[in-house]
Design a protein around this ligand. Structure first.
Ligand code: NAD
Ligand code: TDX
Length: 342
């Protein structure tokens, strides 16, 4: 692997894919607030993309191009004019991937391949956003956590396509000299997350008077990080990351799903047992846990959200105050889950 560091200049042109989605839009707001960079967003505006998540950003620094990352005729000229590509776009929901895997292959595999080919052609710095799910899962009582050297062992169509996209990036670095880095982050929470996902689904259920729904026994563990902390970590990797390297991003936020639902109910002032246990997800990963020592010690990153309960309470306030953002998706999502007994 190359040992080159490849810092961004003070005013770089970023091409950010998938930034009408949850985490990508957070990153663009973060970049505009904390740097002098300009941003082109490339987003297909699938069911998961929402232009409203980019509202309020300065038009002279942010532009949205609606298009598909798997379409080389769209991708190529945008990559050619960029200094760096930050690649968030993906089909991102495990439950959807179990129902209809095809879009996951098209976007996560072919889309990443299309971007890598353009980055290779134009010698543009590339950062690939990935997930801890590529490592599979851990036992509940296993003291270990994922590190950068944990073997890949994905469980779902979603995580297997993310694993495949990571391996494409590694191959394009080694075989073609593409100047790329990869980050694998744990579960994000915060405002602007689609109501199909666990935390927003339960918050909006409570707001609608529907009982929260826990898959299986609710004992599965996820390692929660606020999306703001994910964004600061990605910016740190862009500034200081070593080309060819992978960085795990996590904030020591392990919680079982039942505890998260109980906390949501407690903050909402409702009985903490007012939830339903529903049909489990097939192949449901038991536990994720990230060891982010490398990112913290080599690049000096630290998360800022120490307290999950206050971050969750602020997220609940945001969903209460922004019903117009999520209401159009809510009924369709609940119909989908109801058809699966969830
Ligand atoms: P999201 O589903 O909220 O947003 C995905 C965005 O990508 C949407 O705006 C969608 O319109 C866009 N998109 C989808 N297919 C596209 C295509 N073919 N061309 C262009 N745009 C397309 O997802 P998210 O939760 O914000 O996740 C973003 C990235 O972060 C993904 O790569 C995901 O794997 C990764 N990630 C997510 C989490 C998490 O907890 N949500 C954790 C770790 C890593
Ligand atoms: O209604 C629910 N009830 C429930 O118990 C839903 C929607 C989920 N769950 C459980 C399943 C998981 O154990 O909650 C946990 C979190 O579920 P999701 O929000 O679907 O997230 P997860 O499957 O863990 O994947 C997330 O983190 C890693 C993101 O969706 C991925 O994009 C990311 O890569």
């Amino acid at each position: 692997m190359s040992s080159l560091f490849d810092s961004l200049s003070r005013m770089s042109r970023l091409l950010v894919t998938g930034a009408a989605g949850f985490i990508g839009s957070n990153f663009v707001h973060h970049v505009i607030a904390h740097t002098d960079h300009t941003v082109t967003v490339l987003d297909k505006l699938t069911y998961a993309g929402n232009e409203a998540s980019l509202a309020g950003l300065p038009a002279e620094r942010v532009r949205l191009v609606v298009g598909d990352i798997a379409d080389a005729s769209v991708v190529d000229p945008l990559v050619a004019e960029a200094d760096v590509v930050v690649h968030y776009a993906a089909e991102s929901h495990n439950d959807n991937s179990l129902h209809d895997p095809r879009p996951f292959l098209d976007t996560n595999i072919i889309g990443t391949y299309t971007l890598l080919e353009a980055a290779r052609q134009h010698d543009v710095r590339f950062h690939h956003i990935s997930t801890d799910e590529v490592y599979g899962d851990l036992e509940l009582d296993d003291p270990s956590r994922f590190t950068e050297s944990t073997p890949y062992n994905p469980s779902s169509p979603y995580s297997s396509t993310k694993a495949g996209s990571d391996l494409l990036v590694r191959a394009w670095v080694r075989s073609f000299g593409v100047r790329a880095t990869i980050s694998n982050c744990s579960n994000n929470y915060g405002p602007y997350q689609h109501v199909e996902k666990f935390i927003p689904r339960q918050i909006t259920n409570v707001l609608r008077g529907i009982r929260p729904k826990l898959y299986g026994t609710g004992e599965n563990v996820r390692d929660w990080i606020h999306a703001d902390d994910h964004s600061s970590a990605v910016l740190t990797i862009l500034d200081k990351g070593e080309i060819g390297e992978t960085y795990l991003i996590g904030a020591d936020g392990e919680k079982d799903n039942k505890s998260v639902v109980e906390l949501i109910l407690q903050i909402a002032g409702q009985p903490t047992d007012a939830y339903d246990l529903v049909t489990d997800r097939p192949g449901h990963d038991l536990r994720y846990a990230i060891d982010s020592t490398k990112l913290r010690t080599e690049l000096g990153w630290t998360p800022t959200y120490g307290d999950f309960e206050s971050g969750l309470a602020a997220t609940m306030d945001w969903y209460r105050d922004n019903e117009a953002w999520w209401a159009p998706s809510k009924d369709g999502v609940e119909e989908f889950y109801a058809s699966k007994g969830q």
